[in-house]
Design a protein around this ligand. Structure first.
Ligand code: GLU
Length: 391
């Protein structure tokens, strides 16, 4: 039995009511569920998942899968008993394992009357606005066609700088990308516990999380299993992104029969994270989550207040400093005089140009640069306030 911590929430609005509005969901499947030390791929797991996806589709819901397991499977296939230490080694095992993985998805989804579509993404694909839109359009079309996108990180080409690193974070960004109302992370534990259930048998399962606290993050500690790269901490990071985008996330045990259907029917499955912010439109989601900013603008007190309180755009006159290197049209962090990030936005000027026009009145921009793109350095419509929810 789950010990629900969100009694009030449960009384006012049931899980079933919350999930009724879910038209589209992302399901993340962890390596621990897919790895069978004897056979390689855990075929029964993928078949079960395919059957559940069919059930969800019949109920009119669209499903996008984010799968892990490629690296583990590649290692298993090549007879390596350990994770390669170097990047090319890990990338090579991912290349071997990805084929095995997709083969199983295609077979299992095929048996369920559905088609699998492989989509491999790197962080770069989501950072570049054009590629972000391409990825989104393709995924939309796949869903329209009735196919099931099966996404993994493009491990074979992504180098450290542009990796998502773990599929929990990738899944959260995919949920943003396709504007899913729910992310379900399937793993090998029942959900989020008050402590580590492997160390403390009395630790209770948390049914509903209205807000992620520091204590939860501390309890989540390090990585979970030695199979994948994520643990509870990366799941909490994912939850922060999803809930800050106004959507819900569930962590549940993936090997339970009908677990996905149970979640969507409103059963007391796993841990439910409630939205912490209002849903953002897709342009703002991209600014808030799609990008790892390469630079920052330091704001004076007046500008910081004008953004926060009056909902104003950022003019060069309110900028006291520029850090990092970025081109025009890239996302930058907006930092107040105390060094706190108060938001992010698309900057109309490059870092070099910003350096020349910082502190200037709008009427002086042309004199300083020899041209003027816009009066605003960052327009209100291209700005999302609030710090990085992951920090
Ligand atoms: N992309 C990795 C793989 O398929 C998984 C990363 C993770 O475990 O989260 O092996």
């Amino acid at each position: 039995m789950n010990r629900s911590r969100g009694g009030l929430f449960m009384a006012s609005k049931s899980r079933a009511e919350h999930f009724r509005q879910v038209k589209r969901l992302v399901v993340k499947v962890g390596t621990s569920l897919l790895a069978d030390p004897r056979r390689g791929v855990n075929r029964a797991m993928i078949r079960k998942l395919a059957g559940e996806i069919r059930g969800l589709r019949r109920a009119g819901r669209e499903v996008v899968v984010v799968t892990s397991g490629a690296q583990w499977l590649g290692r298993h296939r090549m007879g390596l008993d350990r994770r390669p230490k170097d990047m090319p080694g890990r990338q090579a095992t991912a290349a071997v394992g990805q084929v095995l993985l997709m083969n199983e998805y295609e077979r299992a989804l095929g048996r369920a009357g559905l088609a699998a579509a492989q989509v491999l993404l790197t962080r770069e694909d989501l950072e570049n606005h054009q590629r972000y839109l391409n990825a989104r359009n393709t995924l939309e079309r796949l869903l329209e066609m009735g196919a099931v996108p099966v996404i993994n990180e493009n491990d074979t080409v992504a180098f450290e700088e542009i990796r998502f690193g773990d599929n929990d974070n990738l899944a959260a960004l995919v949920a943003q990308l396709v504007q899913a109302q729910l992310l379900v992370i399937l793993t090998d534990v029942d959900g989020l516990y008050e402590g580590d259930p492997r160390l403390n048998r009395g630790a209770g399962l948390i049914g509903v999380v209205p807000k992620i606290t520091r204590a939860m993050e501390q309890a989540a500690g390090g990585v979970g299993s030695d199979l994948g790269t994520g643990g509870m901490l990366t799941k909490l990071q994912a939850a922060k992104v999803v809930t800050a985008g106004g959507e819900m996330m569930v962590i549940a045990r993936g090997d339970k029969p009908r677990v996905l259907l149970g979640v969507l029917e409103g059963g007391e499955e796993g841990t439910l994270f409630l939205p912490s912010g209002r849903p953002l439109d897709s342009h703002k989601r991209w600014i808030a989550f799609g990008f790892k900013p390469r630079g920052a603008l330091m704001l004076d007190e007046g500008a910081a207040r004008a953004l926060r309180v009056q909902g104003k755009s950022l003019l060069p006159s309110g900028v006291t400093g520029v850090s990092g290197r970025f081109g025009a049209g890239e996302v930058v962090r907006l930092v107040d005089p105390n060094g706190r990030e108060i938001g992010r936005g698309l900057c109309n000027y490059s870092s070099e140009e910003c350096g020349k026009i910082k502190g200037a009145r709008s009427s002086e921009i042309e004199a300083r640069l020899g041209y003027k793109m816009k009066d605003e350095m960052v327009h209100r419509n291209d700005m999302v306030l609030g710090g990085d929810p992951r920090e």
